[in-house]
Write a protein that binds this ligand. Sequence first.
Ligand code: H2B
Length: 102
Amino acid sequence: MPVARLTDAELADALRPLPGWRLDADGQGIARSFAFADFVGAFGFMSRVALLAERADHHPEWSNVYNRVEIRLTTHDAGGISRRDIALAAQIDALLQAPETS
Ligand code: H2B
């Protein structure tokens, strides 16, 4: 069964603990910008996100310019934002708190 889109109320609740994430203009995704010291910092972060995404079978839309990474999360299967986007956003935020090796 495909994963369901969140209702507006569910989305508002889900975004409350994720203050860095904003609703896209089209309302179909959530996005966050990240900045690192340099390209290696940005790419290392992307590598860690890629592993999370693969494990979750949920993949970001993203771009990188030198030290900056832009991530947009949407659920293609649902045509909008689902709990899978919220879960990955929370995991990505947790990476920022975690040491780079463990
Ligand atoms: N990623 C995202 N962002 N949305 C999806 O609907 C999605 C995905 N579906 N990764 C997964 C893969 C699906 O295509 C596979 C077949 O499980």
